[in-house]
Design a protein around this ligand. Structure first.
Ligand SMILES: [Zn+2]
Length: 417
């Protein structure tokens, strides 16, 4: 089937006016000018999507579907530690049925905003067996915490390994990964085991890192609200104080690697930048920035210009509605551009397409439209009548997606829309 659109943005070359994509099975077979595809593939069926821009479906590199129902449930806190306490209290009021409903809601909202792939941090990974295959390509990251766990760290990892042996629902697209939660809730030993396990099995892994000033104060200075909160929980605090960030400590302990998908990194110590610089032990690492969550917490300024010079793989994600308003990645791009004006829109769009694809080692398969890519596509209504800067038109688009396809199957609008 050939899908025709007023504009085609492939993220693999210049935009095409009156473009088209030929989809065969689950793959893109060709993309280019409508007139050329119609001539080259005369026997193919055709669907005209109309006045839309057709793009690769977006890839959300960081979200928590569990908390899709917690929008506006927590007033902006005075500190990150206060927020952690409040969300933990809220989580205790929810049961598995609530979480399944939240996950389904998160998928619906993600699809509505043009996301076709997402990396979900899952606090209840066993829910995977209670749900049908998701409508979107989904990586299910096993969240690992041993801050006050009654089980030993190695048993926790053994439990994760068992989890990987259980099959997911038929038709589950995407995969699984590991997520030691954050340096204040996961021990260096847990990081090391998770990283080794991920490397051995060829799995992606991700973690929260350098999120808040509270985290910096805890590790660098050995004090502050997060320090006090975790000390009360019984966390061993002997890795705190001594002037080094959590990132520097973990890197020195062999707990991180360039393949890590590191989320947030709002707070850097000056010496941390050398770790991700070309030639450093974490060169090429992916950093996921979540602009609306960053704004909600009023975190320290994200050092985008420095990171850009260091050529890190920058991705933009949504985090969860517990600290953000929606699952719209375009909304996140607009929030990012408001802080860093002057960025090229094509570069912005790469942070939710090509860059997260690279983070997963799936460049050429997702996040771009080219022959051999999976047919994960999104179309947005667009009013522009010329394509002088169609990338800017996309970033400015506040309307939901008109149509999305995942793995060659139209999932939105579905029969219930
Ligand atoms: Zn998160």
């Amino acid at each position: 089937m050939i899908y025709r659109a007023r504009h085609l943005v492939t993220m693999d070359g210049p935009p095409v006016e009156d473009g088209a994509v030929l989809v065969r099975g689950e793959n893109v077979a060709a993309a280019g000018r409508w007139a050329d595809l119609r001539r080259e593939f005369p026997g193919e069926g055709m669907a005209d999507l109309g006045e839309v821009v057709l793009l690769p479906g977006f890839v959300n590199p960081h979200c928590h579907l569990d908390y899709s129902t917690l929008r506006h449930a927590i007033l902006p806190p005075r500190s990150f530690s206060e927020w952690v306490g409040r969300i933990n209290a809220l989580k205790r009021t929810l049961d598995p049925a609530d979480y399944l409903a939240a996950i389904a809601k998160g998928f619906r909202e993600s699809a509505r905003w043009g996301t076709t792939s997402l990396l979900n941090i899952e606090a209840f990974p066993e829910l995977m067996w209670k749900m049908p295959a998701p409508p979107l390509r989904t990586w299910w990251f096993y969240e690992m915490i041993d801050v006050r766990s009654a089980v030993a760290t190695e048993e926790l990892v053994a439990g994760a390994l068992l989890f990987f042996q259980e099959p997911a629902a038929d038709g589950w697209l995407g995969g699984r990964g590991l997520s030691p939660h954050a340096p204040y809730t996961a021990s260096p030993e847990l990081y090391r085991l998770a990283r080794d396990c991920a490397r051995t099995r060829g799995l992606p892994w991700t973690t929260h890192l350098g999120e808040s000033a509270d985290e910096r104060e805890m590790f660098v200075q050995g004090r502050g609200p997060l320090y006090d909160f975790l000390a009360r929980l019984g966390r061993p605090m002997d890795d705190c104080g001594g002037g080094r960030s959590a990132m520097a400590r973990l890197a020195a302990g062999g707990c991180l690697g360039p393949e890590c998908i590191a989320v947030h990194l709002n707070d850097w110590q000056p010496e941390d930048f050398a770790l991700v610089a070309p030639g450093g032990p974490l060169a090429g690492m992916t950093v996921v920035h979540c602009p609306l969550s960053h704004r909600y917490f009023r975190h320290s300024p994200f050092p985008y210009e420095t990171l850009r010079e260091l050529t890190i793989n920058l991705c933009i994600g949504t985090d969860s509605p517990a600290s953000n308003g929606s699952f719209s990645l375009l909304e996140e791009l607009r929030a990012f551009a408001a802080v860093f004006p002057g960025l090229e829109e094509r570069e912005l769009l790469a942070t939710i397409t090509r860059n997260p694809a690279s983070a997963l080692g799936l460049q050429g398969r997702i996040g771009c439209i080219r022959p051999g890519a999976w047919a994960d596509l999104a179309a947005f209504p667009i009013s522009a009548t010329n394509s002088c800067n169609i990338h800017a038109e996309v970033v400015a688009c506040r309307a939901p997606a008109a149509w999305i396809m995942v793995h060659g199957r139209v999932v939105f609008p579905g029969s219930s829309e």
